[in-house]
Each structure stands twice: as structure tokens, then as C-alpha cells.
Design a protein around this ligand. Structure first.
Ligand SMILES: NC(=O)c1ccc[n+]([C@@H]2O[C@H](COP(=O)([O-])OP(=O)(O)OC[C@H]3O[C@@H](n4cnc5c(N)ncnc54)[C@H](OP(=O)(O)O)[C@@H]3O)[C@@H](O)[C@H]2O)c1
Ligand SMILES: *[C@@H]1O[C@H](CO)[C@@H](O)[C@H](O)[C@H]1NC(C)=O
Ligand SMILES: *[C@@H]1O[C@H](CO)[C@@H](O)[C@H](O)[C@H]1NC(C)=O
Length: 317
């Protein structure tokens, strides 16, 4: 049970990756500022979290079942909480999807929206009445840099993150009146099981409906480049979790947090030319024309990030 002065933090998608590490690091906070309700849709996967939570289990961390795609599961989980009280809701659960559009089924695309968009909407809708009544709350949403800039072969994933960004931008204004704050976290690549899950899907697919050229661009150009980006620029889940903890602990949180400063130029490019020509052409050139320049710049970034730059950009906490 949470004690007075502890912030109750409910996190979705704690079976792996960022959610798991965030739950563990919050629960281990030496000042015991947080009481963590770590949720996952399938409790058969709870062993890893239990192990990493260690002595904090049942002290500052409890594990509950919650599927963001299921009304009953959300209702049951919230009704099981003391006074239904949540100070901070972290919407972390999400899934990726990559590949040529022609080879993806409408059903699989809808699943991405059901999880990344409607899953978050369902959670927020469920906690809002209590937060508004208490005139207190913080809603944190795990978006992505792909919620600011569409990235080739991630069409539907990007769209789902754009959708949640628009939703939150709209809602944040109304909620401010009730002293409920909304914050978006926008990580670049993070080295979790996320990429591996995508690669497993790709390995299974024969890309039905996609022409040979598109499949070739996807497999021989996009996939190696994407992998290189994860290896070169990828952050650890702990780094992202620590950023989220800083945001949760803030007295005056703002709306947007990019966790990887190497992605700021990408956002700057978008706003520097509102016609979109600059972004669209730059990404086109990066992918199709300048393969060698891509490798060169990746190597350059690798150099920079191994040395002082990384130490300066990732603020320790
Ligand atoms: N990794 C990256 O490069 C990256 C970059 C930017 C943003 N993000 C975002 O960060 C968040 C966490 O991703 P991650 O990198 O930690 O990947 P991950 O290790 O694959 O974790 C995703 C988590 O979401 C859970 N989940 C999926 N569908 C769910 C549902 N219907 N109900 C409840 N939980 C569900 C998964 O549970 P199961 O184990 O049951 O599937 C898993 O625990 C996602 O929103 C993702 O879009 C990731
Ligand atoms: C929300 O942010 C405002 C200022 O930005 C702050 O005064 C308020 O205390 C915050 N509310 C909560 C519940 O954190
Ligand atoms: C868009 O970019 C291309 C390539 O950089 C350039 O040739 C074209 O003139 C630009 N169009 C506009 C309207 O700026």
C-alpha cells in the first residue's frame, strides 16, 4: 500500500524494455518517493520483472494484469487500486511495425493503432474522472521521434505516434484547467526487444503484394541502415527510463521531451521548411542517392558519440 507522500505511478507494458526498467528504477528510488503499479497484459511474463525488482517487490512495487486493448482488463485493474488513486499514469505499452505497405494486412495495421493509439486513449479516458476530481495528475505518454517525423517503411507506426501526439496536444490544454499535466517522451532508437520483435516479423514475411523493387529497397537498403542506426545511436532502456523519472519528479513538467539530442536536427529540419520539401528530399537522398554519405556520416557519428559528445548530451541523474 502506498504511504502518504508517495506518488502512485501506474505503468503499462512492464514485461520488457523501457517499461520494465522504468518500474524497477522508480521502485528502487532511495527516498521511496514512488509506489509503482507495474502492469503487463500477460502475467506469465512477470518473472523477469520480479527478479529485477528484488526486495522492492510488494514494498514499493506491485505487479498487476492490464491489457491496454481490453476495456474489462483496464476497469478491473483500476477498481483494484486503493481509492482508484493514480498520481502518474505512464502509457508505455506499444508495438512497432515495419515493411512495404502493400504487404501489410489491414488487420495488422489496425492492431498497431489499437495498441499505440486507442490503447493510450482507453487508459487516459479511464483515469481522467478521478484525476479531474482530485485536481491533480500527470499523464506521461511514450511517443517517439517517429511521432514528429515520419520515417520510411514505418508508415503505420509513425502514423500511430503522430495520432497520439495530436490527441495529447489537444487534450493537454483542457486538462491544465484541472491541474493535470500531460508530457510526451520522444525517444530515438532504444535497444530493447522492440527491434528484435520487428526483425522476427520481417523474417517470417514473404512480402505478398509488394513489387520486387520495393522489397529490395526495404531489405537491402532500409534494413541495414536501420540496424546501423540502432547500433550507433541507440540508447539503453535505462537512459530513457531515467529521463522519464526526471520528468515524473518535476514540479513543472512541460509537454515534450526528446531523450536523444542527436535527433534535434531532424526536428529542426521539419520546422525550418514548412513546405516539407526539405525533409522529404533529405530523407529521399539519404535512402536512395547517398548510400556512401550515409555510411560516412554514421561513422562520423560513431566517433563523436563514443567520445565527449555522448557524455555531454546524456545528463546523469
Ligand atoms: N525501442 C525503440 O526503439 C523505441 C523508440 C521510441 C519509442 N518507443 C516506444 O517505447 C515503448 C516501449 O517499447 P520498448 O522499446 O520497451 O519495446 P518492448 O520491449 O517491445 O516493450 C513493449 C511492451 O509493450 C507491451 N504491450 C504490447 N501490447 C500491449 C497491450 N495490448 N497491453 C499491454 N501491454 C502491451 C509489451 O508486452 P508483451 O510482452 O505482452 O508483448 C511489452 O511489455 C513503446 O510505446 C514504443 O513505441 C520505442
Ligand atoms: C502541472 O504543472 C503546473 C505548472 O506547469 C504546476 O503548477 C502543477 O503543480 C502541475 N500539476 C501537477 C499535478 O503536477
Ligand atoms: C524541392 O527540393 C528539390 C531538391 O532539393 C528542388 O529541386 C526543388 O526546387 C524544391 N522545390 C521547392 C518548391 O522548393
Amino acid at each position: 500500500m502506498a504511504t502518504d507522500g508517495q506518488k502512485v505511478v501506474l505503468i503499462t507494458g512492464c514485461s520488457s524494455g523501457i517499461g520494465l526498467r522504468l518500474a524497477v528504477l522508480l521502485a528502487r528510488d532511495t527516498q521511496r518517493r514512488f509506489y509503482v503499479i507495474a502492469t503487463m497484459r500477460d502475467l506469465r511474463k512477470k518473472a523477469k520483472l520480479e527478479e529485477e525488482a528484488g526486495v522492492t517487490l510488494h514494498e514499493t512495487l506491485v505487479i498487476r494484469q492490464l491489457d491496454v486493448c481490453c476495456d474489462e482488463s483496464v476497469t478491473e485493474c483500476l477498481n483494484g487500486l486503493q481509492d482508484r488513486k493514480i498520481d502518474v499514469l505512464v502509457n508505455n505499452a506499444g508495438m512497432g511495425q515495419i515493411g512495404p505497405l502493400e504487404s501489410l494486412s489491414m488487420q495488422d495495421m489496425q492492431k498497431v493503432f489499437d495498441t499505440n493509439f486507442f490503447g493510450v486513449v482507453r487508459m487516459i479516458k479511464a483515469v481522467l474522472p478521478d484525476m479531474k476530481r482530485r485536481k491533480s495528475g500527470h499523464i506521461v505518454v511514450m511517443s517517439s521521434v517517429m511521432g514528429l517525423q515520419g520515417i520510411v517503411f514505418n508508415d503505420v507506426y509513425s502514423a500511430s505516434k503522430f495520432a497520439i501526439e495530436g490527441f495529447c496536444e489537444s487534450l493537454a490544454v483542457q486538462l491544465l484547467k484541472f491541474n493535470v499535466n500531460v508530457s510526451l517522451i520522444e525517444p530515438g532508437p532504444v535497444n530493447t526487444e522492440f527491434e528484435m520483435k520487428l526483425m522476427e516479423e520481417v523474417a517470417k514475411s514473404e512480402f505478398p503484394g509488394a513489387d520486387a523493387d520495393t522489397v529490395r529497397y526495404f531489405k537491402d537498403v532500409y534494413l541495414p541502415a536501420s540496424h546501423e542506426i540502432f547500433v550507433t545511436l541507440g540508447q539503453s532502456p535505462d537512459t530513457v527510463a531515467k529521463e522519464v523519472i526526471k520528468v515524473i519528479a518535476m514540479r513543472k513538467p512541460v509537454f515534450r521531451y526528446l531523450t536523444n539530442s542527436l535527433y534535434t536536427p531532424l526536428v529542426a529540419m521539419k520546422y525550418a521548411d514548412e513546405s516539407g520539401n526539405l525533409s522529404v528530399r533529405s530523407f529521399y537522398n539519404l535512402l536512395f542517392n547517398y548510400g556512401t554519405i550515409f555510411h560516412l556520416s554514421m561513422n562520423l557519428l560513431k566517433c563523436i558519440t563514443c567520445n565527449c559528445f555522448r557524455r555531454r548530451t546524456v545528463t546523469p541523474s
